[in-house]
Design a protein around this ligand. Structure first.
Ligand code: C2E
Ligand code: MG
Ligand code: MG
Length: 655
């Protein structure tokens, strides 16, 4: 069954949308990484600077306090000793001892002052130091007078200097010390406050950084999710769901008993090949993207679209919305950017529809839709075809035909009949067409029963070469037996044009049988809306270079136009039977049209032959419009080998 699903080509994953997403995800990841690293470095550095500053300022303030304490304590001890000195009037020994201790204390104070100076130099505290220093120095000066007058036993003067040392000098020192202490304490409070502020700042920055990083990670996750979704569930080009996603959705719908509420639709863009080849792959891609987007926009919640390769789309649409969908798909207008600016295209769709049953799987639904679509493709008049059971039976029959045909080819069950072509002016045999018949278990099967099937399934090419080789073999045989053959045309399916070796394969067979090109003609049908015209032109030219005739078969049935002949150097145009079918009805306009067509073909210096001539009226009419060759039951039906050989020997017709 899987074989029946046309999967078409799959686009590579490097479409611009996906690339864009990948670039964005990389950018966001890089940004979050840089932000994270930068933020952490900044925070760490900031914390270190703050901590260093804080500990320096605390250390310095502590040591300043310590020096000031030393100075104060030493001064108090110093004063007490001076009082003792003054009291020890008679005791010389004690006085000497006290003088020695005070000298030590003074040195201690000097030392502390020096360290204090080192710390305070150049700072706001410098004036305090100088005040302490000068207070201390004047204290010492007064104390030296105290010593002096005490030694002279002038107690009153010594007391005077002592008082002045205490009142003026010491007060100055104490005042400065206490003011400095207050400022240092305030500074330490300030340092604490700044530290607390900085810590708060660091905490807030960390929170902000974490929030930003979380935000970036969230965005990255969304992008990642979109990429994942796009890779796993979306079609690379159109960004609608892929078949696998629809498969998963259908399983869920079945689980909840909703699958049978839908109708399966297989859609296909009419003449997409034409758009693709005429306007280029890029425009073709753009059409697919816009087409898919338009349908996706039309769908309601719950309805689905998936691309199934090429221009094939599968839809699951609510049953009651099918008429709306079919109307929507008719004459859809799509704008595309081309090198000549924005173009508006009318896009039509072919659809195969299937009403989903409870027990169906998506695979079965899609198969049914494709069978209906194949019917729509075959029937030019129908754009929408509903599946019915006979399609499946036909499909099975066709498979059977193919298997049997392949077997028949191996066992050489196919025979070639020859239908004469007649010059209706001279009534002489002037050519012939080789037509295949299948001798299937003794019954002669006509090509209408198997050629279209083989053509659809792509197996016709083998049969065409089989017939062509048989024609060459027969011509060789007639020549060897001294029977002069006529030019014999063989039908070749246009599927051959997809094979770049087609021309050389034909030439190889001709070469193998050593047939003069004047005995051969290749018939190609031009019935579809668009085929690879360039390949057709190239093939016709190649045959022309080797003197092999080419003809357009069934001219007038498809989209063939006279303007096509301008670029296509075929030698013969075979007018379809429909041109003369109703000639008896004396439809003047029609007769005029046939006359004009024949004249134009003649003017283009191409031979013209009419197929399906069944009566003399038709033959006479052809003569009046200057169509000099005919093929049809009036002269001969397709003849088996021997009967045709007889005709070769008796080429004059009596009618
Ligand atoms: P065709 O190439 O257009 O061949 C002409 C068909 O019209 C033949 O049908 C022929 O028997 C039929 N015919 C000829 N004169 C008359 C007439 O006066 N009245 C009527 N009603 N029909 C007439 P046939 O042999 O059944 O072939 C049908 C088609 O099958 C051919 O149409 C050709 O397209 C295809 N075919 C036949 N042999 C081959 C082959 O070897 N390769 C390919 N690719 N196609 C072939
Ligand atoms: Mg033909
Ligand atoms: Mg024909």
């Amino acid at each position: 069954m899987r074989k029946w699903i046309y999967t078409g080509y799959q686009e590579s994953n490097d479409n611009p949308k996906r690339k864009n997403l990948l670039l964005r995800i990389m950018l966001v990841t890089l940004l979050s990484m840089l932000m994270g690293i930068g933020g952490l470095l900044f925070l760490t550095y900031n914390q270190k600077v703050v901590a260093d500053n804080y500990s320096n300022s605390i250390d310095q303030n502590f040591s300043n306090v310590k020096y000031m304490n030393n100075i104060s304590q030493a001064l108090y001890r110093h004063q007490a000793l001076i009082f003792q000195y003054m009291g020890a009037v008679e005791d010389r020994e004690k006085r000497e001892e006290i003088q020695e201790i005070t000298a030590g204390l003074e040195a201690e104070i000097e030392d502390s002052l020096e360290k204090l100076n080192e710390n305070l130099k150049g700072t706001d505290y410098d004036p305090y130091y100088h005040s302490i220093y000068s207070g201390f120095k004047s204290y010492l000066k007064n104390i030296s007078y105290v010593f002096y007058f005490s030694n002279k036993e002038d107690t009153a003067t010594a007391v005077y200097y002592m008082e002045s040392a205490l009142h003026f000098c010491m007060e100055k020192v104490n005042e400065s010390v206490s003011e400095l202490s207050v400022r240092i304490a305030a500074d330490m409070d300030e340092a604490d406050r700044v530290m607390a502020q900085r810590i708060r700042f660091a905490q807030e920055s960390s929170v902000l950084l974490i929030v930003l990083l979380a935000g970036f990670s969230f965005i990255t996750m969304i992008f990642c999710f979109r990429i994942f979704d796009s890779l796993v569930n979306k079609d690379a080009l159109t960004q609608v769901d892929n078949y696998e996603k629809m498969q998963r959705d259908s399983v869920r719908l079945k689980k909840y008993g909703k699958f049978e509420n839908f109708t399966g639709v297989a859609c296909n863009i009419k003449d997409f090949k034409y758009f693709n080849q005429q306007m280029g792959d890029k425009t073709g891609d753009m059409i697919l993207i816009r087409y898919a987007a338009s349908i996706a926009a039309f769908l309601q919640k719950g309805e689905k679209i998936a691309r199934n390769g090429g221009d094939n789309f599968i839809l699951l649409i609510k049953q009651e919305r099918v008429p709306q969908l079919l109307a929507f798909l008719q004459n859809m207008e799509i704008s595309v950017n081309t090198s000549e600016g924005i173009k508006k295209l009318m896009i039509n769709s072919r659809c195969g529809l299937y009403r989903i049953q409870q027990q169906d799987s998506l695979r079965e639904v899609v198969n049914a839709c494709y069978l209906a679509l194949a019917d729509a493709r075959m029937n030019a008049a129908l754009d929408y075809v509903w599946y019915d059971r006979t399609m499946h039976e036909n499909m099975v029959k066709r498979k059977e035909t193919i298997v049997q045909c392949k077997k028949g080819l191996k066992q050489r069950e196919f025979v070639v009949y020859y239908q004469p072509k007649v010059n209706i002016v001279t009534n002489m045999l002037c050519g012939s067409e080789a037509l295949v018949r299948w001798n299937r278990d003794g019954e002669l099967v006509l090509p209408g029963q198997f050629v279209p099937v083989l053509e659809e399934e792509g197996y016709i090419t083998e049969l065409d070469f089989y017939v062509f080789e048989q024609v060459c073999r027969d011509i060789r045989d007639w020549l060897q037996r001294g029977i002069e053959p006529v030019r014999i045309s063989s039908n070749f399916s246009k599927l051959h044009l997809r094979d770049s070796e087609f021309g050389s394969k034909v030439l190889e067979i001709i070469d193998r049988y050593q047939i003069d090109s004047k005995y051969l003609e290749i018939e190609l049908t031009e019935t579809s809306g668009y085929d690879d015209f360039n390949a057709l032109v190239a093939f016709v030219d190649e045959m022309g270079r080797h003197g092999i005739y080419t003809s357009i078969d069934d001219f007038g049935t498809g989209y063939s136009s006279l303007s096509l002949l301008k670029d296509l150097n075929v030698n013969v145009v075979k007018l379809d039977k429909s041109f003369i079918d109703h000639i008896e009805e004396a439809d003047e306009a029609h007769e005029k049209m046939v006359e004009d067509v024949v004249r134009m073909i003649n003017d283009l210096h191409r031979d013209v032959i009419c197929e399906g001539v069944e009566n003399n009226r038709q033959a006479d009419f052809l003569k009046t419009v200057n169509c000099r060759q005919a093929q049809g039951y009036l002269y001969d039906r397709p003849l088996p080998h021997d009967a045709f050989e007889y005709r070769l020997k008796n080429p004059l017709y009596s009618c």
